[in-house]
Design a protein around this ligand. Sequence first.
Ligand code: A3P
Length: 319
Amino acid sequence: AKYYASEPDFVTVGPKKYIFLRPYLEDVENVYHMPLRPSDVFVVTYQRSGTTWTQELVWLLANDLDYETAAKIPITERYPFLELFMFFNKEWQQDLLERYEDKDKALDLIEKIAKPVSERLRLAPSPRFIKSHLPMCLLPPKILDTAKVVYVARDPRDVAVSCYHHSKLFKVLDFPSPFKDFWNLFIRNLFTETPFFEHVKEAWELKDHPNMLFLFYEELIKDLPAAIRRVADFLGKEVTPEQMARLCDHLSFENFKKNDSVNYEELREYGVLSAEEKFMRKGKAGGWRSYFDEEMTEQAEKWIEDNLKDTDLRFPTVN
Ligand code: A3P
């Protein structure tokens, strides 16, 4: 499958014309109408914006800093990923079954990652922690009346670079290369879950809702304790100075990179990850500069400026 606008693999959904892989249509209604619970916590982002980092932070604060369980149960299991299945279409499933000697294991993986999760969520005990890259308009319409949402946004230039590398980790992904080609699809809103700016702006418009917390990746980079405090307040949790120090240490990039529970390492044995890459890559803000030539830099500035004209949203820059 292609992960960008190439017929017949993709569909556009809703008035904002979000790009999705066709299998998403199988579950779109179930997701939109999924029953919510007041204890639900969603972490919603455009991909590669710091989702996993925020997921771990939210989960630990909500679960009385239970580091032991966090290490034991991979983040993928602690947080069902609403639309993950759309990346693993029937062809991929067939291929896996043919390639994999241990058929039970292959079926187990298909069950885990290639099946819509709305049914699993219905049966899951409370509190549920849910990951999604869907824009707010495709999540249940009254989501903020019931559940909590933490939305994370990141400078789109860093998002694009990180997405580009992501396809080198997940062997199944087939993103355009070199980076410049990928970038041109991304800004023309032809890549999965774009338009990027619509995604972020939808959430930004809801940022003052008491059940919405809007964070920037750059804010976590710049002052992690302050960001932790914002999340703790949002979840109604207290954090002592000792707990804060330990949490910051746990969430530091160096420790995160070594933490198998948040690096999708449990997928490695299935042969879907490439040996050279890890889920945690650079963990920096502003790294895009070494990927952009002068023409792309100017193009990006104009693209960002044009898209921010009608909003007070601004990405905090980190130098
Ligand atoms: P890079 O590829 O730029 O390194 P997501 O979880 O949404 O897929 O986001 C992944 C991005 O967040 C990657 O960006 C990853 O390195 C970064 N990230 C994850 N944990 C981090 C941490 N503890 N500190 C800094 N960056 C982190």
